[in-house]
Design a protein around this ligand. Sequence first.
Ligand SMILES: CC(C)(COP(=O)(O)OP(=O)(O)OC[C@H]1O[C@@H](n2cnc3c(N)ncnc32)[C@H](O)[C@@H]1OP(=O)(O)O)[C@@H](O)C(=O)NCCC(=O)NCCS
Length: 169
Amino acid sequence: MTTLSIEVRRADPRDARAIAAVHRSAWIAAYAGMIPHRPLVNMIERRREDWWRRAARGPSTVLVLDVAGKIAGYATIGLNRVRALKQEGEIYELYLLPEYQGIGLGSYLFRECRGILRELHMSGLVVWCLEDNEHAVTFYRAMGGMDVAEGMEDFGETSLKKLGFVWRD
Ligand SMILES: CC(C)(COP(=O)(O)OP(=O)(O)OC[C@H]1O[C@@H](n2cnc3c(N)ncnc32)[C@H](O)[C@@H]1OP(=O)(O)O)[C@@H](O)C(=O)NCCC(=O)NCCS
């Protein structure tokens, strides 16, 4: 019998190429047809391997979901950026490769992010998500989040509504 190892760990600079590949695939799958093409391509191009290598060395926390040695997803976490919300922690991004979605790994990565923020003594958590990203909205509701805030995000000429989900400790 083969045992499948699944772990969430802090990213190493050597993971940069794999994270860039996850970022590209997950963002295209999630946002093509929602975010206009040019701004979407620009956002993806900015996050090449070098960007992720610097991010993994930097002060912010980049986590990877490692499934049997393959980077299947990533998350970035840190301090909540919106003062009006009193939760201290934030998951800035949480993305899985399309072929790894829908089998419980997103929930696992989310719970691990929450655990690490707690270990860092951050009470409560915020996640921002585009309202049109119905899959993610359903996911965050299923994780127990409450959408208590909203805002707009500009992508070139297009503005899209985003929802702020919170979890209280
Ligand atoms: C959103 C995302 C992180 C969810 O992770 P996942 O592994 O697919 O989700 P899980 O399998 O852990 O499912 C957890 C719950 O989310 C909901 N969910 C999952 N997939 C869903 C789908 N395709 N449609 C609707 N709800 C879904 C369900 O309620 C599910 O609970 P259940 O299995 O008990 O029914 C992942 O699909 C992803 O990376 N999507 C693309 C990127 C993205 O949108 N990221 C969020 C940006 S803010």
